[in-house]
Structure formats: structure tokens, C-alpha cells
Design a binder for this molecule. Structure first.
Ligand SMILES: [Zn+2]
Length: 176
């Protein structure tokens, strides 16, 4: 049963996010924002990480809806400045940025591309769904035989794990 759950993850949160993007009907503006990456994880775009939630025109102004990731995200002001600069340079200003706190950001919102990029960095992506008790796969060899070493890794958002097969120690992006 556990194996079946793993092979068919519940990626509902990600699909809902994608549907909201498509419903906004502003593909050329989304394409501009797709170039912006997270200052702390430069391989992952703000969109892939789940920080960007929606775009809309309201009373002649472009409204960008964002949500912070966990840990209070110290980079949020830098991220807002990047969004504003990118859109205003392209002639879409003045831009308003609204922060949406409900529903709270969850690691289930990461795009498949974000998960792949984390693996490329040697970081095990978070398990999908209420999988707090599931073991992450080793990002180096793919083994599911892993064990925790420490509750915190290189940042508070990650835990330190080790692979039983290749013995590599790796960061695990904790699911929330
Ligand atoms: Zn391994």
C-alpha cells in the first residue's frame, strides 16, 4: 500500500496552482516573471517554488499575488523588488503586490521542475501529501533506504539525512 501511494502522489495543490495561472489569461506577463528566481535557490524560479500565485488587472493596475514560503522567508522584500522592476521595465507598471496568506504555502505546491532542480542540487525534494513519516529518496543514487541524521540541515527548512546504500549525507527539504 505504501508503494502504491508513492507511485501515485497527490499533486492536487500543484494542479490547482497551474489552473489558476491558466485562468488568469496573461501568458506574456507570466513569461516575464518566469525569469525570476529565488535569491536563496537560484536554480528554481519564483513560479516553480510557489511564491507567485496570481496575476490580474484591476482598475487599470496590474496586481501580482504572492505568498511567502516558510521560515518567514527573509528574501521576500528582495523578491517583491525584483517583480516590480521586471514588470515596470516591461511597461506594466505601476504594479501592486498583494500577499496572500491563506491557504498557507505548502511544499505540495512545488512544481515538478522545482523538485527536479532540488535533486540536481543534491537536495531531496519533499514528499508529497501528508507524508511526514515517509523517507526521502537519496538524491544521489535514488535509494529509498535512508535515515535521518539531524533535524536541521544547512537551513532550518531542511533536515540532514543519510543514504544507507551509497552512504551520502544529504539535505532533505522538509514537507509542510
Ligand atoms: Zn544513495
Amino acid at each position: 500500500m505504501v508503494a502504491a501511494a508513492r507511485s501515485r502522489p497527490t499533486d492536487t495543490a500543484w494542479r490547482l496552482r497551474l489552473a489558476r495561472r491558466e485562468a488568469s489569461g496573461l501568458p506574456e506577463i507570466w513569461a516575464l516573471l518566469d525569469r525570476l528566481t529565488d535569491p536563496e535557490i537560484p536554480a528554481v524560479s519564483l513560479w516553480d517554488l510557489g511564491i507567485l500565485r496570481d496575476l490580474a488587472w484591476r482598475d487599470g493596475r496590474l496586481i501580482v499575488t504572492i505568498t511567502p514560503t516558510y521560515c518567514g522567508c527573509p528574501a521576500m522584500s528582495e523578491i517583491e523588488a525584483d517583480i516590480r522592476a521586471t514588470l515596470e521595465q516591461a511597461g506594466y507598471g505601476p504594479v501592486e503586490i498583494e500577499t496572500e496568506l491563506k491557504p498557507a504555502w505548502s511544499t505540495d505546491e512545488l512544481s515538478p521542475e522545482a523538485r527536479e532542480a532540488l535533486r540536481g542540487y543534491g537536495i531531496a525534494p519533499p514528499c508529497i501529501g501528508s507524508a511526514l513519516t515517509e523517507k526521502p529518496q537519496c538524491p544521489r543514487c535514488g535509494s529509498g533506504q535512508t535515515h535521518p541524521l539531524a533535524e536541521f540541515g544547512s537551513t532550518a527548512c531542511k533536515a540532514l539525512w543519510q543514504c544507507d546504500e551509497c552512504h551520502e549525507a544529504f539535505d532533505y527539504f522538509k514537507p509542510i
